[in-house]
Design a protein around this ligand. Structure first.
Ligand code: SAM
Ligand code: SF4
Length: 474
C-alpha cells in the first residue's frame, strides 16, 4: 500500500497547508507550566483575548491537579461571564452511508462488508424530518459518507428537501452539513441551497498518523482535506466548523493544531471558524481500536476547558458520542451546542429503533436520551435550551463572534430568542412537567431584564407564542 499523500495543486497562496509539526512540538516540548504563568494565561483569556500556541501549550502541559482545577475554573468563569446559560440544541440526520474511503476507525469504511448500506430516498428523507419535527427539533446537521453519489447537487437537493418539510407547527430552520471536502464550485452549489455551517474534521492533523488511518479513497489526501474550509470561504461559505477526532494521535498535538487552524483563519479571513468539534473515538462495526492514544475522561475534560480558554469566541460542539455525565460536566466549561434525541442509524428516527446496531451506524453513541429528557435535564440545572436560528436567517453570520465581542448582544438577541424558541417547544411538544418547569425558567430569566421597554417587548412576544404565533425573534 502506498501511504504517500497524493499531490494537490493549491489554487492560491492562502490555501497552502499551514500546519507545521515542528512548530507544534516545539510549543509542547519547550514550555513548562508553573502556577504564575497558568494564572496569567487564564487572566488573558478572561480579558477576551485568544491565546497563542505557546500559551495553549502551557495549559496543555499542566499536570498538577490544583492547576488543572484552576484551568477548569477559568473556563467556567469565561463561560459564565461571556456566554451565560444558553445551550443550543440540534440533531444529526444521516442521509447516506455509502463510502469509498477506508478510514480505519469508521463503521462506514468501504472495506467493512458487514455495514448495511443505505441512501435515504426522497420520501424516506421526508419521513425522517417529519419525525424530527414532531420531537421539536429546529436545527439539523445532515451527514453523508464520501461517495460519487453524494455530489454537491445531491447534497444541495437534500438540504432543499429538508427545508420544505413542514409538519404541524414544525419546520427545520437551519440545516448544517457534515460532508466530504468539495471544490470551490461544489461549495457554491451547497451554499446556494442555504446551508448553515459547513463542517469537516481533519481527524488528525499529524500527517503520518493521518496516512496510517486513511489508506484509500479521496480522503487519503491530507492537504485537500486541510484546505477544504479555505475553498469553502472562497465560495462564500464563511460559517465553517473544524474538528479533530481524538484518539488517533497525541491529544496535546491535536489541541494545538486546532488552535493553529483557528489562527490561520483569523490571519487569512479575519474571522475564526464558527465552531470546533472534538469527538472522541468510539466503538464501531469491525473496528479494532488502537489504545495508545485514547483520551481518558480526565484529559478530555481538561481539553475542553483548554479549548474554551484558547479560543474564547468560538462555539464548542459536544455530541452524544459522550455519555450524559461527561456531557454534564463539560457543559460547565463552555460547550455551547449539543445534540439531543440523537439517533445515527440510517432511518432510525422513522423506524424508532431502540437498540443500536453497529452494522447500521457509523459508531456507538453513549447518550441515547430523548430530546425531551435532555431538555428536562438542561432546564432542571438552570440552562436555557435554545433552538434559535435568528442570526443565520437575518444574515448576522458569525454569531458566536458577535455574542462575544458586541456588548449586550447576548442579552438583546441570544437570550430572548432562546426563550422564545423554548416557549414554542413548551407549547407544541413538551409534556406537562417540562412545560411547568420550562415556564418557571422563563419567568426567572425575565427577572434579569432591567430595561423595562425591552422586557415588555419580550413578554409581549412570549404571549403571542402562547396564542399560536410562531417564529418570532429579535
Ligand atoms: N464522510 C464525511 C467525512 O469523513 O468527512 C462525513 C463525516 S463522518 C460521517 C462524521 C465524523 O464522524 C468523521 O469526520 C469522524 O471524525 C467521526 N467518526 C468516524 N468514526 C468515528 C468513531 N468510531 N467514533 C467517533 N467518531 C467517529
Ligand atoms: Fe467514509 Fe467519513 Fe467514515 Fe471515512 S469517516 S469511512 S469518509 S464516512
Amino acid at each position: 500500500m502506498n501511504y504517500e499523500p497524493q499531490t494537490y495543486a493549491f489554487p492560491d497562496e492562502a490555501m497552502k497547508p499551514f500546519i507545521s509539526e515542528d512548530e507544534i512540538w516545539d510549543a509542547i516540548e519547550n514550555t513548562s507550566s508553573d502556577t504564575e504563568s497558568v494564572r496569567m494565561i487564564i487572566k488573558k483569556s478572561l480579558s477576551k483575548k485568544r491565546l497563542s500556541l505557546k500559551e495553549t501549550a502551557i495549559l496543555v502541559n499542566a499536570t498538577d491537579p490544583e492547576l488543572i482545577e484552576e484551568i477548569k475554573q477559568g473556563a467556567r468563569q469565561l463561560k459564565e461571564n461571556v456566554y451565560g446559560n444558553r445551550i443550543v440544541l440540534f440533531a444529526p440526520l444521516y442521509v447516506g452511508n455509502l463510502c469509498t474511503n477506508n478510514c480505519e476507525y469508521c463503521g462506514f469504511r468501504t472495506s467493512n462488508k458487514d455495514q448495511k448500506r443505505t441512501t435515504l430516498k426522497h420520501d424516506e428523507l421526508i419521513e425522517e424530518v417529519k419525525m424530527l419535527e414532531d420531537a421539536g427539533q429546529k436545527r439539523l446537521i445532515l451527514v453523508y459518507g464520501e461517495h460519487p453519489k453524494y455530489n454537491p447537487e445531491f447534497i444541495a437537493d437534500s438540504v432543499r428537501t429538508v427545508y420544505k418539510v413542514k409538519k404541524g407547527n414544525g419546520e427545520i430552520r437551519r440545516v448544517n452539513i457534515n460532508a466530504a471536502p468539495m471544490d470551490i464550485e461544489g461549495f457554491r452549489t451547497v451554499k446556494e441551497a442555504g446551508i448553515g455551517t459547513y463542517q469537516v474534521f481533519q481527524e488528525t492533523y499529524h500527517r503520518e498518523a493521518y496516512s496510517r488511518y486513511h489508506t484509500s479513497g479521496m480522503k487519503r489526501n491530507y492537504d485537500y482535506r486541510l484546505t477544504a474550509l479555505d475553498r469553502a470561504q472562497e465560495a462564500g461559505i464563511d460559517d465553517v466548523g473544524i474538528g479533530a477526532l481524538f484518539g488517533l494521535y497525541d491529544w496535546r498535538f491535536e489541541a494545538l493544531a486546532l488552535v493553529r487552524h483557528v489562527n490561520h483563519f483569523e490571519a487569512v479571513y479575519n474571522v475564526g471558524p464558527h465552531t470546533i468539534s472534538f469527538p472522541r473515538i468510539k466503538k464501531a462495526s469491525n473496528v479494532e481500536l488502537d489504545e495508545q492514544y485514547l483520551v481518558s475522561d480526565e484529559d478530555f475534560t481538561k481539553l475542553v476547558a483548554i479549548l474554551r480558554l484558547a479560543v474564547p469566541y468560538t462555539g464548542l460542539i459536544l455530541t452524544a458520542r459522550e455519555p450524559a455525565h461527561i456531557r454534564e460536566e463539560v457543559l460547565k466549561y463552555g460547550v455551547s451546542q449539543i445534540d439531543g434525541g440523537t439517533k445515527i442509524e440510517m432511518k432510525a428516527y422513522s423506524e424508532n429503533n431502540e437498540e443500536q446496531d453497529l452494522n447500521s451506524e457509523q459508531f456507538e453513541i453513549n447518550d441515547d436520551r430523548s430530546l425531551n429528557e435532555v431538555m428536562d435535564e438542561l432546564i432542571d440545572t438552570g440552562y436555557i435550551p435554545s433552538f434559535c436560528t435568528a442570526c443565520y436567517r437575518v444574515g448576522r453570520t458569525g454569531e458566536h463572534f458577535m455574542e462575544f465581542s458586541v456588548p449586550g448582544f447576548i442579552k438583546r438577541y441570544c437570550t430572548p430568542n432562546a426563550l422564545l424558541t423554548l416557549a414554542e417547544y413548551l407549547e407544541d411538544y413538551a409534556p406537562e412537567k417540562t412545560r411547568i418547569n420550562g415556564y418557571k425558567l422563563i419567568e426567572d430569566s425575565l427577572k434579569d431584564y432591567e430595561d423595562e421597554r425591552f422586557k415588555t417587548k419580550l413578554v409581549d412576544r412570549l404571549e403571542k407564542v402562547k396564542v399560536g404565533e410562531r417564529d418570532l425573534y429579535f
